[in-house]
Design a protein around this ligand. Structure first.
Ligand code: HAM
Length: 415
């Protein structure tokens, strides 16, 4: 039997790969305009980084990690990148650089989830972390950055949900209240929520199980438990979003699936994605650095856009994947014509023009190949053309053909 790609992983082939590249180029350009610079961290890390950073009781750590033994060390393929970025931040003493440290990443993450449309076991995230400030101004900038990235990629109409999960003190009081409320209904909850009611009661709030909904609706809102500082932080974030004209929906049940969050959490949802409709998730994590051993506080906030889902939304916005197009196909009819064609190609490529040179063949065959390559122009070279130094340049859309000198080619092709 032939070997196939592993379940939940995929090959991205042309022309789809061109959409990925374009999205990454656009995103890098947007990051630069926000003074956010790239960090590249390893694909695997010590398992303890994620169990401590993301949280033992989360779905990610308790059942989705690809963990392996490496001669006695427990290592894990990164299921997300925030913990790694903070690890690098601490390791390289980035706290000593003044100002907010703004880092982005683009790359694969690994979670052993049940594969379905928009959900893979290897998927890619485009994310950023803004570290070193607990000011709500940075929360607003982070959310604005996501909004700008989505729109720069042509994705409009994503819904922004925001919430505050408070600081550890407010949250502890809220969790105590949730625990006691959930105890009353424990028998009516789904099996998953029964377990979470004990291990991680906040997670019951975003249960998708219809059985849990009537109970979830009866639970109090976390906003009733936020202290004054948390309430003011959240109000400031909303104020700064209002200033920017960024619309949002306050969603008290948005607690998110990772344990490191404090204060602001947010998600962007997109209609074209079906059940897996979160195109981006993020939030603030003021205590994460300390929980990973930092002696100095490094409050931060960040987000990750699911690139696979962004690609789906971009393709939907464009009505499909555009065919790759080629500026010039060189069609030589003889060996001598081919040798000249290769030199013409070499000169044009040096001027950044994409060119395909075929091996010598019959005219009919060459035109078929040029059409298949989606060439915008074809350059016909036969012995006559070689002799008089003028070539037949055919516009593949109109069918018009003109006789051109090599020196004029670049200008004609880039016009
Ligand atoms: P997350 O919500 O776990 O957050 O993931 C962020 C995004 O990654 C999701 O909204 C989704 O678009 C995409 N994603 C997650 N799992 C999959 C999957 N199995 N297949 C395809 N796409 C997926 C984080 O990862 C946090 N690190 C976000 C963050 C950064 N918070 C603060 N800084």
């Amino acid at each position: 039997m032939s070997i196939r790609a592993i379940k939940g992983t995929r090959d991205i082939l042309p022309p789809a790969s061109a959409v990925w590249n374009e999205i990454e180029e656009t995103s890098r350009r947007v990051f630069r305009t926000f003074n956010v610079h790239e960090i590249r961290t390893p694909i695997f890390e010590e398992t303890a980084l994620f169990s401590r950073g993301v949280g033992e009781e989360t779905d990610i750590v308790s059942k989705e990690m690809y963990t392996f033994d490496d001669h006695g060390d427990s290592l894990t393929l990164r299921p997300e990148n925030t913990a790694s970025v903070i690890r690098a931040f601490i390791e390289h003493r980035m706290d000593q650089i003044p100002g907010v440290k703004k880092l982005f990443y683009i790359g694969p993450m690994f979670r052993r989830e049940r594969p379905q449309k928009g959900r893979y076991r290897q998927f890619s995230q485009i994310g950023a972390e803004l570290i070193g400030s607990d000011s709500p101004t940075v929360d607003a900038e982070t959310i604005e950055l996501v909004d700008t990235l989505l729109k720069a990629n042509g994705v409009h109409g994503a819904r922004l949900l925001i919430n505050s999960v408070g600081d550890p003190e407010s949250r502890a009081r809220y969790i105590a209240r949730l625990k006691s409320d959930l105890e009353k209904y424990i028998g009516e909850l789904s099996p998953d929520s029964q377990r979470r009611a004990v291990t991680n009661p906040l997670r019951v709030l975003d249960s998708k199980d219809p059985q849990d909904q009537p109970i979830v609706e009866k639970l109090p809102s976390i906003h009733e438990y936020l202290n004054e500082a948390c309430t003011e932080h959240f109000a400031a974030v909303r104020r700064y979003l209002d200033d920017r004209g960024i619309a949002y929906e306050v969603t008290p049940r948005l607690v998110r699936g990772l344990d490191y969050y404090t204060h602001t959490t947010f998600e962007f949802l997109h209609g074209a994605l079906g059940a897996q409709n979160a195109i981006c998730g993020g939030g603030r994590y003021n205590g994460l650095a300390e929980s990973l051993g930092s002696k100095v506080p490094a409050p931060g906030i960040g987000f990750s856009i699911g690139e696979d889902r962004l690609v789906m939304a971009v393709e939907e916005a464009r009505g499909g994947i555009p065919a790759l197009s080629l500026p010039l196909f060189i069609a030589p009819m003889t060996e001598a014509a081919f040798r000249k064609g290769a030199l013409i190609a070499r000169a044009l490529r040096a001027q950044n023009i994409a060119v395909e040179v075929n091996a010598p063949a019959k005219m009919k065959r060459l035109m078929e190949l040029a059409n298949k390559a989606n060439a915008r122009h074809t350059l016909l070279i036969g012995d006559d053309e070689l002799a008089n130094g003028r070539y037949g340049l055919k516009n593949m859309q109109t069918g018009d053909q003109q006789s051109v000198a090599e020196a004029d080619l670049a200008t004609l092709l880039t016009a």
